[in-house]
Design a protein around this ligand. Structure first.
Ligand SMILES: [Zn+2]
Length: 202
């Protein structure tokens, strides 16, 4: 099954979980829960400044921050990075103990803390090579919201979709708390593929 990134490199999805057979986005409520959560989250992340740049420059000089190109981690605890800073994250994850935060909700805090204490990859550290090298060529996650809106408009079935594309569905928050409960292990959750959005050891 083909895997695809949306908006940013890093998170990868089964094509059949996000696209209809004609290549358009599926409405969010037709995606598997974990996929829906990530695609929804990506719509908020695509234009963010790189988190590491932001720590260096802050809001006062936000125009000096590079736009994020890659995302690692779990939704709401993710790290978004530019190409220049991605090797620092990969080094931290693979060589400096970062992998112990895999799947957890403090991965972002742990990385940023290390970065603030001048944690950096050594010069020339290669990091990972990506199948998808150009985020500008990736599908825009906003299109998933459009597909969802179109779908909601075309059926009168009353799926409760608001303007931001939030789908109010009881099962969604339940799924999230289940994920939180298993301490980031996630091995018993068949929908959570923890191998896909973290750097692989070389
Ligand atoms: Zn950066």
């Amino acid at each position: 099954m083909n895997k695809v990134s949306i908006g940013l490199r890093g998170w990868r999805f089964d094509e059949s979980a996000v696209f209809a057979s004609d290549g358009s986005f599926l409405p969010l409520d037709e995606m598997p829960a974990d996929t829906r959560r990530r695609v929804n989250r990506l719509t908020a992340l695509v234009n963010r400044p790189c988190g590491a740049c932001w720590l260096e420059h802050g809001d006062e000089e936000v125009e000096r921050c590079n736009t994020a190109r890659v995302v690692y981690g779990e939704p709401m605890a993710e790290v978004v990075l530019c190409d220049d800073h991605e090797p620092d994250f990969v080094y931290w994850f693979n060589e400096a103990g970062g992998s112990r935060y895999r799947g957890g909700d403090d991965l972002d805090d742990a990385f940023y803390e290390w970065f603030l204490e001048n944690g950096r990859a050594p010069d020339g550290y290669a990091g990972v090579t990506h199948v998808d090298s150009d985020p500008d060529a990736l599908p825009d996650p906003e299109a998933a919201l459009d597909a969802t809106r179109d779908d909601a408009e075309s059926e009168e079935s009353g799926k409760d979709v608001d303007d931001k594309g939030d789908i109010r569905e009881g099962s969604d928050s339940d799924a999230e708390s289940e994920l939180d409960d298993n301490d980031g292990d996630g091995s018993d959750d068949p929908e959570l593929d923890l191998s896909r959005e973290y750097p692989r050891s070389r």
